[in-house]
Write a protein that binds this ligand. Structure first.
Ligand code: 0WD
Ligand code: CA
Length: 370
């Protein structure tokens, strides 16, 4: 029924076709801050969604969507114990499983015949995860972690799928216990803030299972690049001014409590940029942060409107650089151009055929070729 309601909403309301430029008033005026103007980014519109269940199985509906349910504001404020349930009520996703674009391709297979703009639209698009676009967009600011992106062109469409770098893999396998707990705490916060049904209350007594995910699928355009991408959405606000996704979505984050101006400066410079890019790309209007104290309790919340964050982050963009579009010319699902980047270095590219880099699954290639 939820799925029907969502579909009805999309049919009733006119699709938001209006453009969403960065408000000129919120741009810092010093031109030296930018290497170029921010490219046009079309307001993203939702094409559909899918869910992954507790066993990480795909469902072509909104069953995993949760409802924003913050604590009443007349209270003394929240007192969320983010460490509660760790590790006994925690089912973390198996990170050894490389899903690549599989779930998104499953969605695309079911919907490619019904895309607005017809089959020609998809042939000129980039298909990827939102998280990969976030990394591209924030590359000029990233000082710690490099990335690798595998790119294949197939029937015109450019598919981009992240490859875990050897350094990232080593870090993941050696992840310190405190960091594991910190990751849990981020998910625990979601459990305190979300209800399973509109109007009901959160139930923090259950398990935290990070296999469960609700993903929105959207189209947009960055500069001249058509985009079809998917991103995981934390919850929808039943009381949002607009009931139309993605304008009703809310992104939840946790961060350390801040006590000195230096904390805020560092927060703006490093964290807010990533928060902004992630939510901006998907069209999520608000990010709600829970600030945790050293004991792991969230005692205060703050809402950051995505469009206002832009005032604090200074965005230069090379993320729209056409490197992949111009380099990956040959149309071949078994051919991969691997783009690699490390902080302080330029992007490099190497060519590979088949395993281990080819990522378009046989079931997808065959179904689309047929
Ligand atoms: O296998 C991989 N290497 C990756 C898988 C890397 C990045 C994402 N994913 C999967 C996620 O599990 C999810 O199903 O892709 C889907 C959505 O990706 P996205 O929205 O494009 O990713 P991103 O914007 O980086 O992250 C959104 C949320 C995160 O929220 P926070 O507030 O922490 O930014 O997706 C979750 C996380 O809740 N998430 C993941 N969950 C499990 N495993 C992962 C991951 N590797 N990455 C992000
Ligand atoms: Ca989140």
């Amino acid at each position: 029924r939820r799925e029907n309601k969502r579909r009805a909403e999309r049919v009733d309301g006119a699709e938001p076709r209006n453009k969403l430029p960065i408000p000129a008033s919120s741009l810092p005026t010093d031109p030296a801050l930018y290497s170029g103007p921010f490219p046009f980014y079309r307001r993203p519109s939702e094409l559909g969604c899918f869910s992954l269940d507790a066993q990480r199985q795909y469902h072509g509906d909104a069953q995993a969507l949760r409802y924003y349910s913050p604590p009443p504001t007349n209270d003394q404020g929240p007192n969320f114990d983010l460490r509660d349930g760790y590790p006994d009520r925690y089912q973390p996703r198996d990170e050894e499983v490389q899903e690549r674009l599989d779930h998104l391709l499953r969605w695309l297979l079911d919907h490619r015949g019904k895309l607005e703009g017809g089959p020609g639209w998809l042939a000129g698009a980039i298909v990827t995860w939102r998280g990969h676009l976030t990394k591209l967009l924030t590359t000029p600011y990233e000082q710690q972690e490099g990335w690798q992106l595998a790119a294949s062109r197939f029937q015109g469409t450019l598919y981009l799928s992240e490859v875990e770098t050897p350094a990232a893999r080593a870090q993941r396998l050696a992840r310190p216990p405190l960091l594991r707990e910190l990751m849990y705490m981020g998910y625990k916060f979601e459990q305190y803030m979300c209800a399973d049904k509109p109007g009901s209350s959160p139930d923090p007594s259950g398990e935290v299972n990070t296999n469960v995910a609700f993903c929105s699928v959207l189209r947009s355009r960055l500069g001249s690049h058509r985009l079809l991408f998917s991103g995981e959405v934390d919850c929808t606000d039943p009381r949002a001014a607009s009931t139309q996704p993605p304008a009703c979505y809310v992104e939840l984050k946790t961060s350390k409590e801040m006590h000195r101006p230096g904390h805020w400066r560092s927060f703006y410079r490093h964290k807010l940029l990533k928060w902004w890019a992630q939510s901006f790309l998907l069209g999520v209007p608000n990010v709600v942060a829970g600030f945790r104290n050293p004991e792991g309790f969230v005692c205060s919340l703050k809402t950051f409107p995505t469009m206002e964050m832009f005032e604090y982050v200074r965005v230069r963009v090379q993320g729209c650089s056409p490197f992949a579009q111009n380099t990956v010319v040959q149309d071949d699902p078994r051919l991969v151009h691997l783009f690699s980047w490390e902080p302080g270095s330029p992007v490099t590219v190497s060519k590979h055929r088949d395993a281990p880099y080819a990522f378009l699954p046989m079931w997808y290639v065959e179904a689309v070729t047929r």
